[in-house]
Design a protein around this ligand. Sequence first.
Ligand code: C2E
Ligand code: MG
Ligand code: MG
Length: 635
Amino acid sequence: MITKTAFDFCAFFVLAVCFFTGCRWKREYVFQRKVLLGFIGLNMILALMSILNQCILYYGWKYGDDALILLEVTKTIAYICNAWMPAVFSSYILCVAGIARARKKLFYYIFYLPYIVCTILVLTNPWHHKIFHYVVNRDYYRGPLASVLFFSALFYVITGVYFLVRYQKAMERQRMFGMASAIMIAVVFATIQYRCSYIRVELMGVTLACLAMLLNVEFNMNDIDTRSGCFNRRAFQAMVRRNAIAKSHYFMVSVRFTNISNDLRQCDEDTETRMLQYLGGYFQKLNSSLQIYYCNHGTFILVLVNKEERYHERLIKDLVDMFGNGEFEFENLKLPMAVEICQAHVPEELSYMYEINEFVDFKGDGEGGQFQLYDAAVLENIRRENAVRTALQSAISERRLDVVIQPIVDLKTGKIIAGEALTRLRDPALGMVYPGEFIPIAEGSNLIVELGEYVLEEVCKLLQNHAMDAVEYVEINLAPYQILQSDLTARFMEIMNRYGVGPERINLEITEMVASDDRKNYSKTLRELRKAGFTFSLDDFGTGYSNLARLFHHKFRNIKIDKSLLWDSSENEIARDFLEGMIQTIHHMDALIIQEGVETREQLEYVKAQGVDYVQGYIFSKPMEIQDFIDYITE
Ligand code: C2E
Ligand code: MG
Ligand code: MG
């Protein structure tokens, strides 16, 4: 009796350890974990029944018929476990491969049919005894229908292996290894018991298989973010791949705590960790099927696979309730929380990996205050931004960005005294893109620096043309980020020396924002440029709210009054008074005035009457291709 039950004893205790360890591990792949726990549980019951059965066989015979009933009961329970195990195991493979719940209902009806038939057969066995039978002398007979159970098990093992092979790309190596080794161990041990029935190791084999799955599939520490205890980005990518192959639909929500580092920096490291864990646990409570990933610092990604819309709505509502008021209570502390939530359906709204990565890395504009809810539509903007950035980058490196020139006309003489260099991006895929779109995208990165040097170089080439002797200088826009580069002057001079163009031919346009900011970084570079011989215009004057006194610390060659001020002044008396006042003030300061955006005859007459010096506007010309500009000034 000891030899017959020793392996079952061992199996039972190992399974019990697996079961409780598995229960403790709560956060990820909850449904999948539950299926494995179910499988382990069934095996535990099976081990227990097997041990009980042997005990009754050895010690229970004194009790006569009662022992027989007990034998039947334990065997029936063992048979039910045996009938269920293969189906549960195969379901587990479906989960690991990512296709649990991803198929039509009919698929599951067919898939679980053998399991239902076996269950009915086993439960009705006491009446028909076609599965197994104990006779009075405690001898055990297999009935003719026992083979149905065998074939059902075979069906599930074969389908399991099929899914494993079919979806192997959806699984990482370690998971694949876990599943394959589990099946192999189970098969080897079952064969041993089949060949030598006195070595009762089949259950032990299944137990080791459970261990292999638990260690390789469930407790994959490579997939866990150690601080939050949630899945990390690696696991996220694997999930995306798995669901893509399985054609699963899922709902994804990113919850980004925009101030998490600032606010938590006030707490200690340990508190931050506890807080992340608390948040992970909180999300898990919202829906037990939720998969939680901590992908970027401060960003949780919540994923609901193959769930109906009402669960999505519920999730969003719960998140809004929790974070909508911009405050969050944790360990009796109230923390201000700035939260951005973004939601998307995959693959309906995001169907490429790069789009999903954009979603994960998405940062809102921060304009929503403490709480902001976005949907996938904002990603459309990000996508456009990325496309424009890439197009601009290649246009610059392939030197096919267009530089156009808009003439600036002296109102007294009617002659073109200068031109402003502006840029146009003509992309094969995007078509014509205007600076209003690509300059803000380039601004703040090295791209604007490259663009600035590109424009300067093109302008230098233009200025080498003798026809350009007819104009005094060309205006070039200088972006704030460019001015922050400490080597700007040296680089500009290098380019100009290369073309033999002197700095007096270039007038740099800076904005009010730069001019009124007396941070050292700006003023140092501006001083250097001035020393090198460049002059400046103040661009878009009247759009900022700058301190005039500080603005006019600098000496400007021209002040360019923004077009909006002119346009407003025709309708609005306050704007008109302001414009006229400004023109007076600027004249006192010994700078020339360029009025931008003059489109109509009335506007032209008006600015003339006000004493504006130069005009840049569609009334004379739109920005022109370089060759057109040369033709225009030579005429
Ligand atoms: P900006 O420097 O104020 O340039 C004047 C803008 O007003 C140009 O728009 C020009 O086409 C437009 N404009 C001129 N006259 C009229 C008019 O009569 N009516 C109307 N409706 N518009 C007129 P554009 O070329 O689209 O450039 C927009 C802004 O993009 C520029 O404003 C400038 O700030 C920036 N930008 C353009 N090219 C460059 C560049 O190479 N480098 C930098 N840093 N910024 C640039
Ligand atoms: Mg300008
Ligand atoms: Mg302007």
